[in-house]
Design a binder for this molecule. Structure first.
Ligand code: PMV
Length: 362
């Protein structure tokens, strides 16, 4: 049996802008995990998770491809990975075998509600790494990330892949995405997956940088308890952009400035400057919400961040917003006890989460 765990993640800054190739964001991997268990099977394969317990998915081989028994199912990302890995396996002349996958997740609460910690990314990364081990494909960590991104663009074409980067490489990371539409077109054209992984030109725009915050800077995570849909919000923001609701160039420039300021502050070990950069990043996201009329920073997230600011820290929505989690960067001088009390008074749950360490490969 092969078991591979991948960490969840939180966006720190640069959301929405990062879907544009080359635009930076900062993310952090967290110590909550999704685990994929893989066991060889005799014929056909199944995918199973406690969350969708009554819906085990059965898949078979169909010529060079993979056929599944149901049309709509909650395992899109897993099936996209299996399809691509089978393609790579065939290219490398590795003999096919069947396997069963079981998914266990800590990225939701006891009743199965998601925290918004990147479960789709974690299941994609963990499945790639489990299959890499199963077939002995010898992927580097970077190639495992690339394969995870290729699998993702077929399911969610606009997704930046920042969450995959955090889940693959761990720790704090600065990330810019390649042009996923181009990568997808290459895949659809039937390019060899192995060739695409080493084609540097196809990955132009992809940039990964390890960040190391000072020990004095604390990361706090609050959960508003209301679920959010990243896909819906990203789609609506893009519609508003096409309708001219806001100036995209200004938004991208402002977002980049915040990410650069945060990067510089972390490099310099300056926790106050890091908090200041996060406050600016909050402003950029709030202006995007105002211009588009979308509840990116919901009332719950506003309270979460206001409480942090009043205690000398900085807070903002994380990821697409609309609910889920908010993050706080608290410098040494901030009153963390006051933040906890304020959150409790407003029904915001503090999640006892720490950073998942740097896993190497960047
Ligand atoms: O809501 P999350 O945590 O999945 O993050 C979405 C971040 C966006 O920048 C809005 C979209 C993306 O794919 O990067």
């Amino acid at each position: 049996m092969i078991s591979v765990s991948a960490p969840g993640k939180l966006f720190v800054a640069g959301e929405y802008a990062v879907v544009e190739p080359g635009q930076p964001a900062v993310l952090v991997a967290v110590d909550r995990y999704l685990t994929v268990h893989l066991r060889e099977s005799v014929e056909a394969g199944t995918v199973h998770s406690p969350e969708y317990g009554r819906l085990p998915l059965v898949w078979r081989r169909d010529g060079d491809g993979v056929a599944i028994d149901v049309e709509h199912h909650p395992y899109d990302y897993v099936m996209s990975v299996i399809t691509l890995v089978e393609r790579l396996r065939a290219e490398r002349g590795v003999a096919p075998r069947f396997f069963d996958l079981r998914i266990d997740s800590q990225l939701d609460d006891a009743s199965g509600r998601k925290f918004g910690l990147g479960s789709s990314a974690a299941v994609t990364v963990a499945t790639v790494r489990a299959l890499d081990e199963f077939y002995g494909l010898g992927l580097t960590r970077r190639q495992a990330f690339q394969l995870a991104l290729l699998a993702t663009v077929r399911v969610a074409p606009t997704a930046s892949g920042g969450d995959l980067a955090a889940s693959t490489f761990g720790g704090w990371i600065r990330y810019s995405a390649p042009d996923r539409a181009r990568l997808r077109a290459r895949l659809d054209d039937g390019v060899a997956v192995g060739d695409l992984l080493v084609d540097d030109e196809a990955w132009a725009g992809l940039d990964l940088r390890r960040l190391t915050p000072p020990a004095s800077l604390r990361l706090l995570v609050g959960w508003t308890g209301s679920p959010a849909s990243t896909e819906r919000l990203v789609d609506q923001v893009q519609r508003r952009h096409r309708a001219g609701a806001y100036d995209q160039d200004v938004f991208l420039a402002e977002s980049r400035d915040c990410v650069d300021a945060l990067t510089a502050a972390l490099d310099a070990g300056d926790d106050e400057a890091a908090a200041a950069a996060l406050r600016s990043a909050r402003g950029v996201i709030r202006r995007l919400g105002d211009a588009t009329g979308l509840a990116i920073e919901t009332d719950g997230l506003s309270t979460l961040a206001d409480v942090a600011e009043a205690a000398g820290a900085a807070g903002k929505s994380s990821g697409a917003g609309g609910g889920d989690c908010g993050i706080v960067l608290a410098p040494d001088t901030a009153d963390v006890g006051r933040i906890m009390q304020g959150w409790e008074a407003h029904d915001i749950r503090h999640l006892a989460i720490s950073v998942h360490p740097d896993a190497g490969g960047v």
